[in-house]
Ligand binder design. Structure first.
Ligand code: TYD
Ligand code: MG
Length: 453
């Protein structure tokens, strides 16, 4: 019987120390060390050292483009860069209840060409069955295994020999080699490393579901993110239907593509044309609404910014924003006040991005300003106008990336006019489907939007 001993692990980077220390010497984070019981290294079976292959010249290596496994989900294929690479390990992170298990099960059910094994340490098989029934009839052969013991999982993996294994979640897995409880740093490291070895040795892709912490990072050590090939983040607002899937790391593709899903009663539906649902068409013009032509990743879409400006009822005016950076909003308000002479300092300002999405594209600035001014003056912005431009500290409108793509999307959606920066470069191909209006300063935009006919 191996003697139990305790060690301290850094929750952030997974570094190990025999004593508690306040600041991790490896990642420089404070107060991240936690005590864990571990069985001494002697408890591990001695692994046979394999004879290593000799080094090979790059020029002599045959580049084999491995065929990717089609997930039969356009959005997921896009985010992964064309499907799952055999032998890769994918980590899917997201807040509880956001739909990670639903996404994983849906993928497992809809792959007709391979056998999938869905390993759950969180739900019983009947719970999973209920969920699978909601998701509709599956096309593929999907086995369910409710197990938290890693060794038992490997036994079944060997028996089933699936084409894709899904582990829901890595925090519930526990290896017999360690005494520490499931979810502890050492268990997560050990289980993930064992599953990674399995993936690389057998060429079976493995998807790991990971919880995220209060701060928004993936729970468990950062090493988890380092060892896996792909890290996907599943995000969204619980009160809204839309979910965004994006890659924060991808060894086999770009990280700038995103997938958009809508959660409904029969699972996650792919959103093929985001612009159509993210803007609402109203019968009459309403003030406080402006449309931004944004790009997230490689994908252009139009999104509605809604603002409400009212006289502050109490002494200190309130500023609140959903889906848009509050500091950026304060900056834009200061620019409007100082550079364009709008008196907003005694007003409450509320900003909302439609659909519960988060906007980080700087091109949204112009639409935010338009929505605020529209609400403040109670003059509606015409529904066939959209905007794309970044606002600088001196009130200048700066050009943004991928302007052509934004303009094409706006024209496709039937917009008649797009306001962009006067310095923005648009390819010379004549466009007569949309009117491109250029502005250099925020006060010009105001005149363009609200000039009486
Ligand atoms: P779940 O996949 O269990 O989240 P996670 O694994 O990330 O914790 O998703 C749970 C939520 O999804 C739950 O609030 C209900 C909702 N949901 C639907 O709206 N429709 C469905 O068809 C399913 C299966 C779930
Ligand atoms: Mg779950």
């Amino acid at each position: 019987m191996a003697k139990t001993k305790t060690t301290y692990f850094c929750r952030n980077c997974g570094a190990e120390s025999p004593k508690w220390i306040g600041r991790c010497p490896s990642c420089a984070e404070w107060n991240t060390y936690v005590e864990e019981v571990v069985t001494g290294k002697t408890g591990r079976p001695a692994t046979k050292r394999k004879s290593s292959a000799p080094p090979v010249l790059v020029s002599e290596i045959k580049a084999e483009e491995q065929p990717r496994v089609n997930t039969h989900s356009t959005e997921l294929n896009r985010v992964l860069g064309g499907g799952i690479v055999p032998g890769s390990v994918i980590l899917i992170g997201g807040e509880p209840g956001i739909g990670k298990s639903t996404l994983a099960l849906q993928i497992a059910l809809q792959m007709p060409q391979i056998t999938t094994l869905y390993i759950s340490g969180e739900e019983s098989s009947s719970q999973i069955k209920l969920r699978a029934d909601r998701l509709g009839p599956g096309k593929g052969k999907c086995y369910i295994l409710c197990e938290t013991n890693l060794e038992a999982v490997f036994e079944q993996l060997e028996k089933v020999g699936p084409g894709l294994a899904i582990v829901d979640s890595i925090q519930t897995m526990q290896s017999d080699l360690l005494d520490s409880p499931a979810g502890s740093v050492s268990q997560i490291k050990e289980c993930a490393a064992a599953l990674l070895r399995y993936a690389k040795e057998t060429g079976t892709p493995v998807a790991l579901i990971g919880h995220i912490t209060k701060e928004g990072g993936l729970a468990g050590p950062k090493v988890l993110e380092h060892i896996v090939d792909v890290v996907l983040q599943f995000e969204g607002d619980h009160n809204h239907l839309y979910r965004v899937l994006r890659a924060s790391k991808n060894r086999f593709g770009s990280t700038s593509d995103l997938g958009l899903y809508e959660m409904n009663e029969s699972g996650l539906a792919e959103v093929k044309n985001p612009s159509e649902i993210l803007i609402s068409r109203h019968e009459d013009d309403m003030s406080g609404i402006a449309i931004s032509a944004m790009v997230d990743g490689h994908r252009p879409f139009l999104i509605e910014m809604q603002a409400l400006v009212s006289t502050a009822a109490y002494g200190t005016p309130q500023r609140s924003s959903t889906g848009f950076d509050l500091r950026r909003l304060s900056m834009l308000l200061a620019v409007l006040e100082k550079r364009a002479g709008f008196r907003l300092s005694a007003k409450d300002v509320f900003l909302n991005v439609a659909g519960g999405l988060r906007v980080t594209d700087p091109a949204a600035d112009l639409a935010v300003i338009a929505a605020i001014l529209s609400s403040d003056t109670d003059l509606p912005v015409r529904q066939d106008i959209c905007l794309a431009g970044e606002v600088g500290l001196s009130g200048e409108i700066r050009p943004v990336s991928r302007l052509d793509q934004r303009i094409t999307e706006a024209a496709k959606m039937g917009f008649k006019k797009i306001i962009i920066s006067s310095a923005g470069k648009v390819s010379p191909a004549g466009r007569n489907d949309i009117d491109i209006v250029r502005a250099g300063k925020v006060e010009q935009v105001f005149r363009m939007l609200f000039r009486r006919k």
